[in-house]
Design a protein around this ligand. Sequence first.
Ligand code: HEC
Ligand code: HEC
Length: 411
Amino acid sequence: MCLYAATGLLLVGCSSGNGGSATAPPAPAKSIFGDCGSGAEIELPCGFPAPKPQDNNPVTMAKVTLGRFLFYDRNLSFNQTQSCADCHQQDKAFTDGLPVSVGSAGGLHPRNAMSMTNVVYNSTMNWANNQIVNLEQQALAVLLNEAPVELGWSGHELVMLDRLKSPSAADYAGTALAAAPPDYPAMFAVVFPDEADPITLMTVTKALAAFGSTMISGDSEFDKEQRGEPNAMSDAAKRGRELFFGERLECFHCHGGFNFSDSVNHAGLKFTQQSFHNNALYNLDGAGLYPPDNHGLREFTLQAEDEGKFRAPTLRNIELTAPYMHDGSIATLDEVIDHYARGGRLITTGPYAGDGALNPNRSSLINGFVITANERLDLIAFLKSLTDWKFVCRDDLSDPFGNIPKNVMCP
Ligand code: HEC
Ligand code: HEC
């Protein structure tokens, strides 16, 4: 017999070899992610692998919806001024447009806000942190971070949870939901029915992670062309694609694969690919030193050869995520090309002076190249063909409180 059939939820496994005996372990919840055309609640772009199942935090649509409210709710910061979305704004492909981010208490973050494009596929989170490997850990780190204070929960956890347990109308004044603030107690109870106390630091991070995992982008002009729409990309972008994937420029070695990054994780992978490279931005002392607070992977491994090594981030939606690099020190895509063409950045004056091209940790793939003015335009056209407007405009990823405007290109 099949205990679950009546609920219509878990038909798979009912007719398994053990006859569906009452001792059989419950089948895992059906994933909301499915291939393109599968009719799944979240259809993956065609050709994308399935995300790794999060056994400790199965993603349900109710959890995703709850996570969306939390992600956009400024009451999630202690001083009620900042939400995740203030640093990860949808109109900028979930970045903030600043060289480095500013926390809710006004402190400068040493690094540039990363795009949340396809974060569910990251094998490590952040620019160069090999310790934070999933979205739950990342959300927890942001809530508790004290250097700098991001959302400022540390030392105030009970206050923050009480705020969610009894949302007050005053806290939502001036937002689009002033008349009907989110009913968190009811939402958490539905999403976490097995928890005696459903509103905890852990359930908050789980819901945030579930929402983040739906930020999947794979519908750019480049993708459409890949799927057989011959005119989706301009001729310039197609020429730029040849350059990008060619051996003169070498970009694809580090920014290759479906997510334009060599550091990805997904279902079916035997080994997680964690990669970090030194792309020769700095060389303060001639021995490869990077500026204070930004030593890259070395901060975690304490190995000298990891000085200045960072993850090659996805280049999807790169048109919208300026300024660039871990510290926002490159303003435009044109200057990014200058950097790679020279084979490292030369800084002639100031405290960070040095020649990145002579950095001993520089990746052997960063060698410099000659590029003509037209080829440069083609490469930029290609990088812009990775913008996914559907993603940037998706309603289910947008701000229910109405604080973060939509991109002017959105319908
Ligand atoms: C003060 C601005 C700020 C706030 C608020 C903020 N972030 Fe971030 N976020 C950043 C910065 C900066 C980084 C890169 C950090 C680093 O490399 O050390 C980042 C990185 C990330 C990443 C990793 C992306 C990747 O590709 O590795 C995720 C995921 C993320 N944030 C999610 C969140 C969530 C969820 C929240 C709310 C709980 C949040 N962020 C709040 C600034 C912010
Ligand atoms: C050796 C590996 C490697 C190669 C080759 C490489 N990159 Fe990168 N790329 C990186 C790393 C690592 C970063 C982040 C570095 C940092 O912030 O310190 C990066 C950052 C970038 C960024 C900024 C991303 C952001 O979100 O700010 C762009 C744009 C970029 N690369 C484009 C290119 C292009 C175009 C090429 C080819 C000309 C190229 N890369 C070649 C490793 C590489």
